[in-house]
Design a protein around this ligand. Structure first.
Ligand code: GLY
Length: 381
């Protein structure tokens, strides 16, 4: 729980979140935003020209609904639930198209449909969640014991590819097992998480982004740096998917391997936080350009706060989360009406042409982390 000396700071941020969400929810209520264009949220609600994978199937399309459910849970204001429900219905088009969906169905339907079901018992939402869970389970490779990440890419055969991001899609499978009383979903999640502990997490606690397995015989073939700086480097958002995802696997299975590996991951992350407490895109990137990624700060804060509830190092993890969030609120929050996103300096990947932009999932995890500090976050993962 938040210490009394930090209460004024926290209350001020919550007030700022409320006033920003008040107008953003109205302005963007008919959209599914992923980023901003000249300060205005973009819209992934429709595929604009033929089959665009960054349209309705885009992996971040559940996060705006997730923000609305967090707001609804905290405020009990129906308007937020209505917007989240609309997003969820629009996402049915992604189920219909199917092509373009991949392992990120967890990110798409946990913060939208499953959140809706958990909060209201809506049975159509439950069906959507179970449908998504079956899609995710269907990506499991039983010989390699991993969930395949992406489908075909023009320049790579991705049949044997698994990526660290999937760790935070696994809670969709844990939820589906709880819901159906069928252990298959959670068995798949647990096997994938064990594969990650063995093949992704390095001796120093850092994580690979992409590991390629032999899809016929199993076994590690090679690694890729993916969205990070280089092969073998430490893409920071990837470190946070590992950290938060492992904590969630521990919460859902009580397997100590996941708690110990989450702690190892957290220790690596904390020991690499720069002096200014702003997180680079990759802990191994060159000094210049000094690219940042605020998404990594927000996701790490969520993971560390959750880990602090289950670990003996409670205070260390809690303090590190607070340090990251305070740096964001002091330096990287935009509360003005000139920009629909809250967090600045988010970066999709090191070698992307876009850096230091707004990204919807940064705002989602920031709000979740702040509500965690308040003790009123809604359990999504
Ligand atoms: N899951 C994709 C990313 O973190 O960019």
């Amino acid at each position: 729980m938040i210490k009394s000396k930090d209460m004024d700071w926290l209350n001020k941020i919550i007030k700022q979140i409320y006033s920003k969400m008040e107008w953003v929810s109205i302005k963007s209520g008919e959209k599914i935003p992923a980023t901003t264009i000249n300060g205005d949220h973009d819209n992934r609600r429709v595929n604009q020209s033929g089959q665009r994978e960054d349209g309705i199937n885009w992996w971040t399309n559940g996060f705006f609904a997730g923000m609305m459910w967090q707001m609804y849970h905290d405020s009990k204001e129906q308007k937020y639930a209505d917007i989240a429900s609309n997003t969820e219905q629009w996402l049915d088009q992604a189920f219909d198209e199917y092509i373009g969906l991949h392992h990120d169905v967890g990110f798409m339907w946990l913060p939208s449909a499953v959140a809706h079901y958990r909060l209201t018992g809506n049975l159509t939402s439950r069906k959507r969640g179970l449908h998504a869970a079956n899609l995710l389970a269907g990506r499991f490779n039983p010989v390699g014991k991993f969930i395949r990440a992406w489908d075909g890419m023009a320049d790579h055969d991705t049949t044997g590819w698994a990526i660290i991001d999937c760790m935070l899609n696994l809670p969709l499978l844990y939820w589906a097992s709880d819901e159906t009383k069928d252990p298959r979903f959670s068995q798949i999640a647990q096997m994938h998480a064990e594969t990650v502990c063995k093949n992704f997490i390095r001796e120093n606690g850092s994580s690979e982004h992409i590991v390629e397995f032999d899809p016929y015989k199993g076994g590690k073939v090679r690694i890729y740096g993916g969205q990070g700086y280089a092969d073998g480097s430490a893409w920071t958002r990837g470190q946070t998917w590992a950290l938060y995802g492992l904590v969630m696997s521990y919460i859902h299975t009580a397997d100590n391997l996941f708690l110990q590996t989450a702690e190892k991951s957290a220790e690596y992350f904390i020991s690499n936080i720069p002096e200014n407490s702003l997180i680079p895109i990759d802990f191994d990137q060159p000094k210049e350009p000094d690219y940042e990624d605020s998404t990594a700060s927000a996701i790490a804060a969520c993971g560390l706060l959750e880990l602090s509830k289950h670990s003996e190092n409670e205070e260390i993890y809690y303090d590190a989360a607070l340090r990251l969030l305070k740096a964001l609120t002091e330096k990287r929050c935009n509360w003005s009406e000139n920009n629909d996103c809250i967090l600045e300096n988010c970066s999709p990947s090191y070698h992307d042409i876009n850096h230091h932009i707004g990204l919807i999932y940064a705002d989602y995890f920031f709000i979740e982390a702040i509500f965690k500090l308040k003790g009123s976050d809604f359990f999504i993962w």
